[in-house]
Design a protein around this ligand. Structure first.
Ligand SMILES: O=c1ccn([C@@H]2O[C@H](COP(=O)(O)O)[C@@H](O)[C@H]2O)c(=O)[nH]1
Length: 239
């Protein structure tokens, strides 16, 4: 069964760590650090999360010219995270160089390289937005599948997509290629700005390799209980 990453979308390290303090030390946590927390707290937050033995997903969605992304990935490799994201829309060469940077940087400091995940179409994007705003014609599913194949061909270990697209991604890629899914909501949660939303149980049935959940846990009145509800629904399908 894959991880349920808690998206630590907080404005300060102190708030993120106080949030984590609510969980028992014995609970193995997988956490996602995104732009908000990383830009506020810097690499020190990663060190602190490693000290707490969390599995760390650094979601910086790198997207720039291939050389810049390669150099950035080489720098980030030293932080010894388990997963790192790039935007698939940056193109095949950029993904390939991100992977090279990760491998080079990891080798230089003697750590295990992070798995490289390519974000396909953001889960906050609908098909009509993709067609109109991004001027990408056709179905959203076809675009996601194309980007997943592009990502795999160029060395990514998996993609970020809505779980709705997992069956077609798995069909178009090899068995070990990962589908990690944000846009996860239980039936009583609000969707917020997410458009392609799936419950934990349905995500598992669709072949998800891991979930990302933020606000339904971080903004819940009882975050620990909310996290356990997500875990329960996610694991029920795996039994
Ligand atoms: O397509 C994507 C890519 C990344 N995300 C990130 O996941 C979390 C989801 O948070 P919620 O509060 O559960 O909506 C957030 O950090 C996003 O940056 C995504 O939602 N969709």
């Amino acid at each position: 069964m894959g991880p349920v990453f808690i998206a630590l979308d907080f404005a300060e390290a102190q708030t993120a760590l106080a949030f984590l303090d609510q969980f028992p030390d014995s609970e193995p946590l997988a956490v996602k650090v995104g732009m908000e927390l990383y830009y506020a707290a810097g690499p020190e937050i990663i060190q602190e999360l490693r000290r707490r033995h969390a599995t760390i997903f650094l979601d910086l969605k790198l997207c720039d010219i291939p050389h810049t992304v390669e150099q950035a990935a080489a720098q980030l490799a030293a932080q010894e995270v388990s997963y790192l994201t790039v935007m698939a829309l940056g193109g095949g060469t950029m993904i390939q160089q991100a992977k090279q940077g990760l491998l080079r940087g990891s080798q230089q400091v003697g750590v295990q390289p992070a798995k490289l995940l390519a974000v396909t179409q953001l889960t906050s994007t609908s098909e009509s937005q993709m067609n109109q705003d991004l001027q990408i014609p056709g179905s959203l599913g076809a675009s996601v599948t194309h980007l997943a194949q592009l990502a795999q061909t160029n060395g990514a270990d998996g993609v970020i997509a809505s779980a709705l697209e997992d069956p077609q991604i798995h069909q178009a890629t090899t068995d070990e290629f990962l589908c990690i899914n944000p846009g996860i909501r239980r039936t009583d949660n609000t969707n917020d700005d997410q458009k392609r939303v799936v419950t934990p149980q349905k995500a598992a049935a669709l072949g998800s390799n891991g979930l990302v959940v933020g606000r339904p846990i971080t903004q819940a009145s009882d975050p620990v209980a909310s996290y356990h509800e997500f875990l329960k629904e996610w694991s029920a399908q795996h039994e």
